[in-house]
Design a protein around this ligand. Structure first.
Ligand code: NAD
Ligand code: LMR
Length: 335
């Protein structure tokens, strides 16, 4: 499993010698949070990360001091509070954003909009100013709306490149791989389930018909598994009983996503990772599909592929919800 995340081990990280192509600055915004801390730890042990910039409005100096003692090549620096934001982001190659409030039981991701929309807006403004070439991965919910917000802000600054802004949906794939592997008694590392659409409820569309290896289920089990993947975030929110939402599995998924961006930047071929991006593969202006990543971020959208009749129905249900979420984001950023 770990090999999907950071192929080189701790040992190879210690032996790592820097060369131009392998040196990347990664900034994490929200670095002191439930996701931010374990994500920053995983980035610190990624040998492609030679500069790790930790930004938050609290506790970043301590988190950075702690991580800086780990025997890997990346230099860690903490940036605390809005006055330090531009320095934190300056010339970053990759910016990962898990800043903002998480759900409590009974809340939808849309209930986070009022708080998190403004946070993402301000972080996108800073990125436009000091890191216009950065690849930006947005974890902050509601992802279906925060990604359009960031894109609109970058457009207003004249710095928008649709190939460089991504909503992180990797956790949906990680979960689908895990649940299907469990159901079939397979090793999760051998399983790949494409998950497309957005990142909330009915907008999450697992394509179990396209599983690798090929699997099949009776209709009731297929529906139950699909529903579980769509509501897996809520499963964690309920289990945490008021203490937040998924943090550790999200840190894993976020580090997997960041590592794929870095492998693409480095020039590795055939790096494929799904994400929620500006898209023309459906009627929805933003949509998550598998993407080929490269030196400039998104190189090629690999599209929908063939869907089963059931998956077509799921897609039909997702589109109106996605359009509504996207409109909310665009309206907020352009008001
Ligand atoms: P958390 O409350 O533990 O951490 C959030 C951090 O953001 C805190 O340290 C806080 O100080 C910081 N923060 C708040 N305002 C900020 C600002 N203006 N600038 C920088 N940092 C700021 O929350 P968490 O559990 O880490 O979740 C963070 C976000 O990620 C939530 O919105 C959650 O819904 C989302 N999330 C998304 C996915 C996904 O799959 N995309 C998965 C899990 C969680
Ligand atoms: C998740 O899928 O775990 C995240 O989007 C957090 C949440 O609120 O469910």
């Amino acid at each position: 499993m770990f090999s999907r995340l950071v192929r080189p081990t701790l040992v190879s990280a210690r032996n790592f010698s820097t060369s131009k192509q392998n040196n990347f600055k990664v900034a994490v915004a929200g670095a002191s949070g439930g996701i931010g801390q374990p994500l920053s730890l995983l980035l610190k042990i990624n040998p492609l990360v030679t500069e790790l910039s930790l930004y938050d409005i609290v506790h970043t100096v301590g988190v950075a001091a702690d991580l800086s003692h780990i025997e890997t090549v990346g230099k860690v620096k903490g940036f605390n509070g809005p006055d330090t934001l531009l320095d934190a982001f300056r010339n970053a190659d990759v910016i990962i954003i898990p800043a903002g409030v998480p759900r409590k039981p009974g809340m939808t991701r849309d209930d986070l909009f009022n708080t998190n929309a403004g946070i993402v807006r301000d972080l996108a403004k800073a990125a436009a100013e000091v890191a216009p070439k950065a690849l930006i991965g947005i974890i902050t919910n509601p992802v279906n709306s925060t990604v359009p917000i960031a894109c609109e802000i970058l457009k207003q600054a004249g710095k928008f490149d649709p190939n460089r802004v991504f909503g992180v949906t990797s956790l949906d794939i990680v979960r689908a791989n895990t649940f299907i592997a469990e159901a079939k008694g397979l090793n999760p590392k051998d399983v790949n389930i494409p998950v497309i659409g957005g990142h909330s409820g009915v907008t999450i569309i697992p394509l179990i018909s396209r599983a690798t290896p090929s699997v099949s289920f009776p209709e009731d089990q297929l529906k139950a598994l699909t529903g579980r993947i769509q509501e897996a975030g809520t499963e964690v929110v309920k289990a945490k009983a008021g203490a937040g939402s998924a943090t550790l599995s999200m840190a894993y998924a976020g580090a997997r996503f960041a590592n794929s961006l870095l492998r693409g930047l480095k020039g590795e071929s055939n790096v494929i990772e799904p994400a929620y991006v500006v898209s023309d593969v459906t009627e929805s202006e933003y949509f998550s599909t598998p993407l080929l990543l490269g030196k400039n971020g998104l190189e090629k959208n690999l599209g929908l592929g063939k869907l089963s009749d059931y998956e077509q129905e799921l897609l039909k249900a997702a589109i109106p919800e996605l359009k509504k979420n996207i409109k909310a984001g665009v309206d907020f950023a352009t008001k």
